[in-house]
Design a binder for this molecule. Structure first.
Ligand SMILES: NC(=O)c1ccc[n+]([C@@H]2O[C@H](COP(=O)([O-])OP(=O)(O)OC[C@H]3O[C@@H](n4cnc5c(N)ncnc54)[C@H](O)[C@@H]3O)[C@@H](O)[C@H]2O)c1
Ligand SMILES: O=C(O)C[C@H](O)C(=O)O
Length: 317
């Protein structure tokens, strides 16, 4: 059984993640962490969560704290703390402000919970995952981010809807940045086990429209209801269940790569990774030449901004 802590638990994503995580059978403690001053909100979130357990039969202990030392003993810490973008902002606009928050928490988490996994949700998530890796002092397989797994879910829904098939019949993934330079892998997309380009109707798929829909999904939801919550909240729970259940599923997460994708590396970015109780392991893959070029561009973009952010953190602005 495991303790999962959420840092940023008073926020929109943190609160829904608490609910989705509490329903994972391997979790026996959900800890809600918030900044000093957020005691009353945390208490309310905990009580509301516990009320739901009677309906779902969930048997989990809920605790809350504003004392960072209480993260000790966590098996997984989910970091959702930080600012969220406004509809007219890019996720990258949040990089400097959130990097300072993430670096500070990661340093503390590295000391207080050296054996925990650290899952990054705060945006821009690929860069924040690298900040967390560096400042926590944890191993690369212990630090990962919710990146293009969410985009892959969105693409999967769009393809299922176009072909009018159940989502479980669609396998696809998006790699690269959780942002504009994301790369759909059509070469790794199947419907009912058939490679998508072998289906005659593939010629009618409005690929550009679908990718535009996937890329703008977060921004559209933020513009209309203020935040994306249920998509990311469920994705967070899937990743945690995969680790705690030692499931060895291959999911696309932001992880540190060295050379797994055509020798491109030294960056944290969305890649397929085998995930189990020992951590997150990027899978060596070979993809089509155009996909390699697009992935290389995405990596260069994220690696460049990550370096700038490291320099800001080290030298100040
Ligand atoms: N990776 C993804 O797929 C994904 C999905 C959704 C949201 N996000 C990101 O998650 C983050 C949270 O989103 P949200 O909608 O829950 O936002 P929110 O504003 O509702 O919550 C933010 C949380 O961070 C805390 N926080 C803010 N500034 C802080 C600081 N300086 N120090 C400590 N804690 C601080 C707040 O107290 C709150 O708990 C954002 O960066 C957002 O972009 C990422
Ligand atoms: O779009 C955002 O800012 C939130 C998140 O990254 C998402 O894709 O839902």
């Amino acid at each position: 059984m495991a303790k999962v802590a959420i840092v940023g638990a008073t926020g929109k994503v943190g609160q829904y993640a608490a609910l989705s995580i509490s329903r994972i059978p391997y979790v026996n403690e959900v800890q809600l962490y918030g900044r000093p001053g957020s005691e009353s909100v945390l208490d309310g979130v905990a009580r509301d969560l516990i009320d739901s357990f009677a309906a779902t039969g969930t048997d989990s202990h809920v605790s809350w704290s504003c004392n960072i030392e209480d993260l000790k003993g966590s098996d997984i810490i989910v970091l959702t703390a930080g600012v969220a973008r406004k509809p007219d902002q890019s996720r990258l606009d949040l990089a400097v402000e959130n990097a300072k928050i993430v670096a500070d928490f990661s340093q503390k988490i590295g000391r207080i919970a050296p054996d925990s996994f650290l899952m990054m949700v705060t945006n821009p998530v690929d860069i924040m995952t690298h900040v967390a890796l560096k400042y926590s002092g944890k191993k690369p397989n212990e630090v990962f981010g919710l990146g293009t797994h969410l985009d892959s879910m969105r693409l999967k829904s769009a393809i299922a809807s176009f072909f009018q098939v159940h989502v479980s019949e669609v396998h696809t993934r998006i790699i690269g940045e959780h942002g504009d330079s994301m790369v759909p892998l059509w070469s790794a997309t199947t419907i009912g086990g058939i490679q998508i380009s072998n289906l005659p109707s593939f010629a009618q798929v409005p690929i550009d429209d679908i990718m535009q829909q996937v890329k703008s999904s977060g921004q559209k939801i933020i513009a209309s209801k203020g935040a994306t919550v249920w998509g990311p909240g469920e994705a967070i729970a899937t990743l945690i269940r995969t680790i705690l259940g030692n499931e060895n599923r291959i999911l696309t997460v932001s992880a540190y790569i060295k050379a797994e994708v055509h020798n491109i590396g030294d960056v944290c970015i969305g890649v397929p990774a085998r995930i189990n109780r020992s951590g997150v392991y990027p899978v060596p893959i070979r993809i089509e030449p155009l996909e390699v070029r697009n992935f290389q561009n995405s990596v260069e973009k994220i690696r460049g901004i990550t370096r700038e952010i490291f320099s800001v953190l080290e030298n100040g602005e």
